[in-house]
Design a protein around this ligand. Structure first.
Ligand code: ATP
Ligand code: MG
Length: 733
């Protein structure tokens, strides 16, 4: 049960908790205060009751004193009159006598022996013996005023001697119910007269009177008594001091009457208490809103953040703790949002590069097989053209085949470039020189309504890249820019050194920090929307009409740049133009001068022996055909192991022409082993497909690289060039 309540309390909103606690506190305080007030008022009322009872008695005392004086005066007058008339026993006042009208209830005379003659009495009978006894006692004690209890009635009496004799005049006033009620009215209290233990008269009804008499007797002189459903404070005054004849008057003040106003006061206080609690609650409701609203705002902010909303409006003005917490939350939220954006960008980049990687593998695989096929097609085509005896028709067809094969070869080269598996020949070079070369060439490509602006940095750093491929990159970018400006515009080619720090890297997420040579091509053309921009580097993605674009331009650019270890960043706004920035790692090596003599091929082919290692039978046969027809002595092997066997037996081999990818033993391994056998050996690697790891891998530094598909001239010239180097230079292994 208590657990349920604790749970319930825990789940209450802060504002409700504040309100509840305040209402509780106010209620407790208010009611405690009201109880204190009530207690103190009640106590005061009780003291008042005690004081009033005493004051009533004093009033009775004074009143009875006055009565006593009046009785004495009357007794004196009657005694004087009796003395003057000479008849002591007849003093009956005539009717209308002023003496009677003052309320004397008993007039009597007595002789020397205390024999009483009642002259006038309100009561029908006055037991004379009883009266005689009272008089004898009074006279014995020399009282002139006394209290007589005669025949069940109590009298306040005055006794006067008549003349100088022994007769006495007695005038009495009965303390009857009327007299007692008058006294009660004067003092606003209950009054009880008693003679010894007997109640003589009181303001109570008969039943209560007995009860009151009994309880008063039990009290010594003053105290609280309960009568019926009321409580009284009783205070008693002894009216005489004659033992055995004590007359008492008791004033009883009712507590109920005295505290009757407390009920009204209680109601008033309770209403006041409720009002105070309500007012406090209402005030707290408004005040607590000032605290809890910002907290509720903050909570909403947290919930919105959980739901991915980073822009939920928060108001953190002011310097209090809640405002500070809101501002801190806002900062945290911004940081989280930044991280989230970065994470999404990284994910997007990763996804993109994985996609490109997969596409690259596919394109590379296709291009590899195509290269072998194209080598065969082109080679045989050349053989047909060389040996053509069929006339012009065959020659024309042969040339068409060669053209188509050349175009196909270009395509496979581009695909290989994209898949970063082409055989690059990276050299330390100056990008400005490339820009210069392409610039001259551009004049022919760019229409007159396109203004070409070159901004090259004179102090440009160097990069290590394949010059031919870099030219291709620049050419593809400028041709794209031209195509994007059919109505003319400005094409800007810029170069510059740039250091990408963390800050710049944040604005170009695809670029890693480092030192670069930047080559940028921008145009004022059509620009691209985000959707197009997301796909431009994919092979065969083009927005151009069929036949106008293959969609391999930017794929090539991408492959070359990546293979060179660089980055691309693209910015484009539809309708305003595009900007392609290429970041190539800056190197500090010196520019390479071409040490290889560009001498004409050695025509003394017949003096040289070529070992040809190629696993593709058709390519092998074709190359064999090319080389033998060029006058070389050719030994052939279908893989590296076989080639080694031949090499061990034939010491005349001058040059090894080897495919790179072969079963059993790969080309580079074969070249190394043969080089150990024959240090003067020259090597030409033939490849249409290289794994990225192989580019800088275990190739011999002085080896030559021949791309597939190769033409007869390309093969023969490459071998001639390789052999001529041997003749001019000493090569260290
Ligand atoms: N400077 C540019 N401005 C606007 N769009 C461009 C720009 N460069 C490239 N694009 C968009 O990117 C697409 C792909 O370009 P990419 O160079 O790869 O292929 P292509 O130019 O269409 O064909 P090709 O293979 O002949 O180059 C283009 O079709 C074009 O939509
Ligand atoms: Mg293009």
């Amino acid at each position: 049960m208590s657990g349920t309540i604790a749970n319930l309390l825990n789940n209450l909103r802060l504002r409700t908790k504040l309100l509840l606690s305040l209402v509780l506190t106010t209620a407790v305080l208010t009611f405690a205060m009201l109880l204190a007030v009530r207690y103190s008022v009640e106590k005061h009322a009780q003291q008042q009751v005690v004081a009033e009872a005493r004051s009533s008695l004093l009033t009775f005392d004074a009143l009875l004193g006055e009565h006593q004086k009046a009785l004495a005066r009357k007794a004196d007058l009657l005694a004087t009159r009796a003395s003057m008339s000479g008849d002591d026993t007849n003093v009956t006042p005539s009717s209308g006598d002023a003496l009677e009208s003052d309320g004397s209830d008993l007039i009597a005379t007595a002789d020397a022996s205390n024999n009483i003659v009642v002259q006038h009495s309100k009561n029908a009978s006055v037991p004379l013996a009883n009266a005689r006894e009272m008089l004898a006692r009074a006279r014995a004690k020399g009282f002139t005023s006394d209290w007589w209890y005669v025949g069940g009635a109590l009298y306040q009496v005055s006794i006067q001697r008549i003349g100088h004799g022994e007769s006495t005049m007695i005038v009495g006033r009965e303390i009857d119910y009327r007299a007692v009620r008058d006294m009660g009215r004067i003092s606003a209290s209950q009054v009880v007269f008693s003679y010894q233990q007997t109640v003589v008269a009181s303001t109570f009804r008969a039943f209560d009177e007995q009860e009151a008499g009994r309880k008063i007797r039990e009290l010594s002189s003053r105290g609280k008594i309960e009568l019926g459903d009321d409580r009284f404070f009783a205070d008693t005054l002894e009216l005489n001091s004659d033992p055995g004849h004590i007359v008492r008057v008791t004033a009883l003040k009712s507590y109920r009457e005295a505290t009757a106003f407390l009920t009204t006061l209680n109601h008033l206080l309770i209403s006041l208490g409720f009002l105070a609690v309500l007012a406090g609650a209402a005030l707290m409701f408004f005040i607590s809103g000032r605290f809890t609203r910002p907290l509720a705002d903050l909570l909403n902010g947290f919930e919105a953040l959980e739901g991915g909303d980073y822009a939920f409006p928060l108001h953190g003005q002011g310097g209090d703790e809640v405002a500070c917490a809101i501002r801190a939350f806002d900062r945290t939220r911004e940081a989280l949002q930044k991280n989230e954006v970065q994470r999404q960008e990284l994910e997007e980049q990763l996804r993109q590069s994985q996609k490109m990687e997969a596409l690259g593998r596919l394109a590379g695989g296709v291009a590899h097989d195509f290269n072998n096929l194209l080598t065969v097609i082109k080679g045989h085509c050349e053989l047909i053209l060389d040996r053509n005896t069929g006339g012009a028709v065959v020659s024309a067809s042969g040339q068409q085949i060669r053209k188509a094969a050349d175009r196909a070869a270009t395509l496979t080269r581009q695909m290989l470039a994209f898949s970063r598996k082409q055989a690059l020949q990276p050299k330390v070079l100056d990008v400005n020189a490339i820009v210069g070369d392409v610039g001259r060439f551009l004049q022919r490509l760019i229409p007159e309504d396109v203004e070409v602006v070159f901004r090259t940095d004179g102090a440009l750093g160097r990069v290590k890249a394949d010059a031919g491929q870099l030219e291709q990159v620049l050419l593809n970018l400028t041709v794209n820019a031209r195509d994007a400006m059919p109505q003319g515009g400005i094409l800007t080619v810029e170069t510059g050194n740039v250091t990408v720090d963390e800050e710049l890297a944040r604005t170009r997420p695809s670029v890693e920090p480092g030192d670069y040579v930047k080559l940028s091509v921008s145009d004022t053309g059509t620009g691209m929307d985000a959707e197009t921009k997301a796909h431009i580097f994919e092979p065969f993605f083009t927005t151009k009409e069929p036949g106008k674009g293959t969609g391999l331009g930017l794929a090539t650019v991408y492959g070359v740049v990546k293979q060179t270890g660089g980055f691309i960043w693209v910015d484009s706004t539809p309708g305003l133009g595009s900007r392609f920035e290429i970041y190539l790692p800056r190197v500090h090596e010196k520019l390479e001068c071409n040490l290889i003599a560009q001498s004409s091929p050695n025509r003394k082919a017949a003096l040289h022996t070529v070992l040809l290692a190629e696993d593709e039978a058709e390519v092998r046969a074709l190359a064999y055909e090319f080389l033998t027809s060029a006058g070389y002595r050719v030994l052939v092997a279908e893989d590296g192991v076989r080639a080694m066997q031949i090499a061990k037996h034939d010491k005349t081999i001058d040059i090894l022409v080897t495919d790179v990818v072969m079963p059993r033993m790969r080309g580079p391994e074969l070249a190394k082993r043969m080089k150990r056998l024959k240090p003067g050996l020259k090597v030409v690697y033939v490849s249409g497909y290289l794994e990225p790891s192989e580019i800088d891998g275990d190739f011999l530094k002085e080896g030559f690289l021949l791309d597939k598909p190769f033409s007869r001239d390309a093969l023969v010239n490459q071998i001639g060039e390789a052999l001529s180097v041997r003749e001019h230079m000493e090569v260290s292994v």
